[in-house]
Design a protein around this ligand. Structure first.
Ligand code: SAH
Length: 211
């Protein structure tokens, strides 16, 4: 989903403490959050329903939402402002620049929720579970860190399983028809709610970083 750029988005982001505007916290995120709690990163945060509710339910975890579209991130920010939760930050950027923001071992979990499928073979490199991205994730994740992925797209899901296996990740959980269990570990995203309403089954996997 592409949104037209809105003029209010940039100023709203820039005047707000939930927005991290540059890479100055690389290697020192504890100073941003003023604690050493684990950090969960959502790549392709969208409009922020997932991260906001997860942060509300898990106050001893810090959440960072990474989103490439400024206007989408600003819509998420409006929701975050309403909560005033201390454990959320957002970054506007493309996942290919993750290494600018995070040092080795800084992240304990990465969420990929309804990532763009990039169905054409020639666009394979853009898929967020392509080897190129998996290597970046491996670098910023803790030794015991994991990726949690949800998608409606079976082709992207199958591709991701193969890509994770080929790159040494341990697949701990694979479900082609994930029934959302309403607990502190998961909440539905905007896309997920739409797909569930249409009766589309949701795929979910959990992969742990290998050696
Ligand atoms: N996670 C949300 C949105 C899914 S749509 C949900 O489940 O409802 C995918 C989102 O990922 C879009 O907002 C898109 O802008 C963002 N995105 C896609 N590729 C990205 C990339 N390389 N880096 C950062 N964000 C990306």
């Amino acid at each position: 989903m592409r949104l037209r750029k809105k003029a209010w988005a940039k100023p709203l982001l820039e005047e707000n403490t939930f927005y991290v505007k540059d890479s100055s916290f690389k290697g020192k995120w504890q100073y941003c959050f003023e604690n050493t709690n684990p950090i969960y990163l959502e790549i392709g945060m969208g409009k922020g329903d997932f991260i906001t509710e997860m942060a509300r339910r898990n106050l001893s975890v810090n959440f960072i939402g990474f989103e490439k579209q400024e206007t989408v991130a600003a819509i998420a920010l409006k929701k975050i402002i309403k909560t005033q939760l201390p454990n959320i930050r957002i970054i506007v950027g493309d996942a290919s620049s993750l290494a600018e923001y995070f040092d080795e071992d800084e992240i304990s979990k990465i969420y990929l929720n309804f990532s763009d499928p990039w169905p054409k073979k020639r666009h394979e490199k853009n898929r967020l579970t392509n080897e190129r991205f998996l290597n970046m994730y491996k670098n910023i994740l803790w030794d015991n860190g994991s990726i949690v992925m949800k998608t409606d797209n079976v082709n992207l899901f199958d591709y991701s399983i193969e890509s994770l296996k080929n790159n040494g990740w341990k697949l701990e959980y694979i479900d082609y028809n994930y029934a959302l269990s309403d607990n502190e570990n998961d909440v539905p995203t905007e896309y997920e709610m739409r797909f569930r309403k249409e009766g589309t089954s949701i795929n979910k996997l959990i992969a742990r970083k290998g050696e």
